[in-house]
Design a protein around this ligand. Structure first.
Ligand SMILES: NC(=O)c1ccc[n+]([C@@H]2O[C@H](COP(=O)([O-])OP(=O)(O)OC[C@H]3O[C@@H](n4cnc5c(N)ncnc54)[C@H](OP(=O)(O)O)[C@@H]3O)[C@@H](O)[C@H]2O)c1
Length: 277
């Protein structure tokens, strides 16, 4: 039941039907009895800028941005915070009453929060991290790992030039390799789309990883990827991509709707049920 004062937010994407964000934010809105709505907003790339400006003028508090709009959103913002600047893209927008648009990237934050939840005791300072992939999501995660004190970050990507460009943008203790070694790692991250439903699995032998290593997958369909199954079978701590999806949503929800939401088993089960369909 919305009143005339209802707070409004949504997710812009093209297409957007696959997005789980309306279900996720809708769960929190209902849990907290908030007078507000979070809508799926399908917007073609050529209409993106016009649509965002219109939302800001229509009294929306803000929006999430998903594929393929994250870079366009970055370019459109009046201000982007340090994390978003480092990632070169934004996934969360905040609108001022004067139509001002501010942006940030919460994927890296969501990733770190998810590891802290699913592998308690892990810290970015524990040791070297290897990330497979160099796409948009990896940009945000790599920046977050470095900001949290990761002492050595190794990037490996099918297209090495993309990893090299990211390493240059990031600065700090970052290196690029085409033959990644797993011994001595504190963290291994799959940031590619390999292992996703309909894609080939990630071919990797986890045997050389130390028993203390954490293996994290950004893929969340399926929830248990072959990579995570192999990690668990070896007794390693495994972190799925759903946690990242749930946690990246928290900062936006809090600012738009005025309540700090929590990620718990009930929310997880509610969103996971939708992934199984
Ligand atoms: N859990 C979450 O909340 C969350 C959020 C965002 C994204 N994700 C997931 O993170 C992954 C990356 O997303 P993104 O937005 O960063 O996508 P992206 O920008 O399109 O990057 C895709 C990455 O996967 C690599 N890749 C694709 N197919 C490959 C193959 N056959 N062999 C080797 N590498 C391959 C690409 O390598 P090239 O550079 O060589 O093309 C690139 O590094 C996806 O699985 C996505 O579902 C999860």
């Amino acid at each position: 039941m919305l009143s005339g004062k209802a707070r409004k937010a949504g997710v812009l994407g093209w297409p957007v039907a696959h997005s789980r964000s309306p279900r996720l934010h809708g769960f929190w809105l209902a849990r907290h009895g908030i007078d507000g709505a979070y809508l799926p907003l399908p917007v073609r790339p050529e209409h993106f800028a016009e649509a965002v400006r219109a939302l800001a003028r229509l009294g929306f508090a803000g929006a999430n941005v998903t594929i393929p709009h994250k870079e366009a959103a970055y370019a459109l913002c009046d201000a982007v915070d340090a994390v978003g600047r480092r990632a070169g893209s934004v996934n969360t927008l905040f609108f001022g009453e004067d139509g001002r648009i501010e942006g940030t990237s919460t994927d890296g934050y969501g990733f770190l929060e998810s590891i802290r939840e699913q592998a308690p005791g892990w810290q970015a300072t524990d040791g070297p991290a290897l990330i497979l992939g160099a796409g948009g999501a990896v940009r945000s995660v790599a920046a977050a790992l470095l900001d949290a004190g990761c002492p050595r970050l190794i990037l490996a990507n099918r297209t090495p030039a993309r990893a090299e460009a990211l390493a240059r943008d990031l600065g700090g203790p970052v290196e690029v390799t085409d033959s990644p070694r797993l011994d001595g790692l504190a963290l291994l991250v799959n940031g590619t789309s390999l292992g996703m439903e309909g894609e080939p699995p990630l071919e990797i032998d986890l045997a050389p990883l130390p028993p203390t290593a954490v293996v994290a997958d950004m893929v969340y369909v399926p929830l248990e990827t072959p990579l995570l199954a192999q990690a668990r079978a070896r007794g390693l701590r495994a972190v799925d991509g759903l946690g990242m999806l749930l946690h990246q949503a928290r900062p936006g929800f809090e600012q738009w709707f005025g309540v700090a939401p929590v990620v718990d088993a009930e929310l997880r089960a509610f969103v996971a049920a939708d992934l199984l369909r």
